[in-house]
Structure formats: structure tokens, C-alpha cells
Design a protein around this ligand. Structure first.
Ligand code: BDR
Ligand code: CA
Length: 332
């Protein structure tokens, strides 16, 4: 196993990142694209949380994908098994019982790190100079809220939080009003959205434009690598649910937008606005209340991206996935 050395972040875009995730395939594509981009991104760790499936499975799926990519040296920390105050809601109806249905990957051998993910996040961020670490959040925000509670200076220390979650005009995907990641742990989301760190939110408005059409999946498959073949089948399984639900061709490739935004922000457009999280109403629980027209006078706390260049996004994702297996040079 190759040992990763810490890159010097040579480019203007260079960042240290921590990826907090609940793998399903779109999460895994996100962290693989990041790992294939060592000139721009240094992945300090992957932290897992309960979400799409319970924590044991999200932690297992993360390691399955890393081993498939020959990246077993990336540390994986398991985090919260349940939201802050509510019972866990999962999404097996989308991703299957394992969260990774559609292609059988071997049981992982690489170990989980011993530390609890929120504590590891605090340690990693606080051990770097201020403004160096970006949190990439692809899942319910429980681990991040716990980290903020453990270390009140954490928010001021971050460069940015970039998250996939919420919705503005698109409506919800788990209730009429709420997107899954925010709905699962709205109290955690409320804590994070008001923490004071710069936040970029990539909502369903954006990710629903970025769909795994047959043409895009076939292009991925033509890479003709074991990794591409696995993700071709995993994403093909995923899109069955979305195609039936929405009547579209393809399913949204949600989470890789977070990494694509760091690599190519010009593919996205949006607006700096105030966003608050509904935590009380049973009808609209987990709704991201986006003050797009600035009618409240509340100060902007989030950059909401509602447009994406979908073909540019898939070109980027497929080009980065074509880099596997990573060469020594690309491996950092
Ligand atoms: C979000 O929910 C999960 O199923 C996806 O991985 C994504 O993070 C989309 O609502
Ligand atoms: Ca996710």
C-alpha cells in the first residue's frame, strides 16, 4: 500500500478537505473525484455518518469504494449513529438495503480509525493554521454539529463548508418541503447553518439538473476499468428509483457537485442569501427557508448555488474517474 504524503497545495485552488459522507454511490463518486485531484485537493480524511443507511454500512461502503480505487491509505473515521434528537430516517428505497446495491464489491479489509469522527474533525482542523480546511458535507450534518459543539472555535478556524443539501424552488425529495440530508437531522443543520463559517449550499435545484443519462453512463463505462464498471452498475441501479419517481432520463448525481464546485466553480452560479432551517413544523420539517429576494433583512449566511453546467460537470467527473488507478505522481 502506498503511503500518501501531504501535498504543498501548489495551486490557487489548493485546499485541505475533510469529506463527511454517508455512502451511497453518489457520495463515493464525490470522494473518488477528490482523491483523483491531488493538485487541487488534499483529502485529510473521510468521516462517515448515519444517513442513507446505518453507520455500520456507510462506514463499510466508504472503505469498499476506497479499496476498489486502491486508496486504502485514506483514513476513515466513523461518526454519529443517529441524529442529534430524532430517530434515524434512511433511504434504502433509493439505494437498496446495503446503500450500495447494484454491484457486489468485496468486504473491506482496511480498518476504521479508532477516533470518533467529530473528535477527529476537531483535531484535524485545529491542528492546521486558520482558514486552511474546507469541510465537504455530503450527508446529514450530525458529525459537523457535534464537532462545533465540542470545539466552539472550530467555525472560525474553517476556510469554508461546502454542502450538498436543501432545496430552494425545487421542492423536497423526502417530503414535499425537505431534502433528505437536511430532513434527517434538522437540528444539526440549524446549528451548522448559523455557525458563522462561510457556507456554500448545493441544493436539489442544482443537482436535479445533473443527471446520469444513458449517454453519460455509457461514457463512464467506456473508460474500461474495474472502477468505472462498478460505478456504471451502481449508478444504473440508483437511477431506477429516480427515473420512476421523476419521469426523467437518469438520476441526479448529487454529491459529486460539492467536489466539482471546488475544482471548477465556474460550472456553477448562485446567490449569497440568508437560509434558515425549519425545525418545528411537522409539515415542513427540515425545509431550507431561502430568502432569495432578501425580504427578511436577515444577513446573508449562505451562498446558494441553483445553476450548474451539467455537461461540464459530467465531463469533469468522468475525466477524474479516468485517472484510476492513480499513478504514484497523482497519488501525492
Ligand atoms: C442526498 O441524499 C442522499 O441520498 C444522497 O447521497 C445525497 O447526499 C440527496 O438528497
Ligand atoms: Ca450523501
Amino acid at each position: 500500500m502506498k503511503k500518501r504524503s501531504e501535498p504543498a497545495l501548489p495551486t490557487e485552488l489548493g485546499r485541505h478537505i475533510i469529506i463527511d459522507t454517508d455512502p451511497s454511490p453518489d457520495d463515493a463518486v464525490a470522494f473518488l473525484v477528490a482523491l483523483a485531484s491531488p493538485a487541487e485537493l488534499n483529502v485529510l480524511a473521510i468521516t462517515t455518518v448515519a444517513g442513507n443507511v446505518p453507520i455500520e454500512l456507510t462506514s463499510k461502503n466508504a472503505r469498499k469504494a476506497l479499496e476498489l480505487a486502491a486508496c486504502a491509505d485514506v483514513p476513515v473515521y466513523a461518526g454519529a449513529a443517529a441524529p442529534l434528537v430524532r430517530p434515524l430516517v434512511t433511504a434504502e428505497h433509493v439505494h437498496g438495503r446495503t446503500g450500495f446495491d447494484g454491484y457486489d464489491l468485496p468486504e473491506p479489509i482496511m480498518p476504521l480509525q479508532s477516533a470518533f469522527a467529530p473528535e477527529a474533525i476537531v483535531d484535524m482542523v485545529m491542528s492546521k493554521p486558520p482558514g486552511e480546511v474546507t469541510l465537504c458535507c455530503l450527508a446529514p450534518l450530525t458529525n459537523i454539529a457535534l464537532a462545533l459543539a465540542k470545539e466552539p472555535r472550530l467555525a472560525a478556524r474553517l476556510k469554508e463548508i461546502v454542502l450538498m443539501g436543501g432545496s430552494f424552488a425545487e421542492g423536497g425529495n423526502i417530503t414535499p418541503a425537505a431534502e433528505f440530508n437536511i430532513y434527517v437531522d434538522p437540528e444539526a443543520a440549524a446549528r451548522v447553518f448559523n455557525c458563522g463559517a462561510p457556507i456554500t449550499m448545493i441544493p436539489l435545484d442544482c443537482t436535479h439538473q445533473a443527471r446520469t443519462t444513458t449517454q453519460r453512463l455509457e461514457k463512464l463505462r467506456r473508460l474500461d476499468t474495474p472502477l468505472a464498471e462498478a460505478f456504471y452498475h451502481l449508478l444504473k441501479f440508483n437511477k431506477i428509483f429516480d427515473e420512476q419517481k421523476y419521469g426523467w432520463e437518469g438520476g441526479p448525481l448529487h454529491d459529486a457537485t460539492v467536489i466539482a464546485y471546488l475544482l471548477a466553480p465556474e460550472l456553477f452560479a448562485g446567490r449569497q442569501v440568508n437560509v434558515q432551517i425549519e425545525c418545528a413544523s411537522s409539515l415542513t420539517l427540515g425545509m431550507t427557508v431561502v430568502d432569495w429576494w432578501s425580504v427578511t433583512g436577515r444577513p446573508a449566511n449562505v451562498k446558494v448555488l441553483n445553476q450548474i453546467n451539467a455537461s461540464g460537470y459530467f465531463d469533469l467527473v468522468i475525466e477524474r474517474l479516468s485517472r484510476f488507478p492513480l499513478s504514484d505522481a497523482a497519488d501525492g
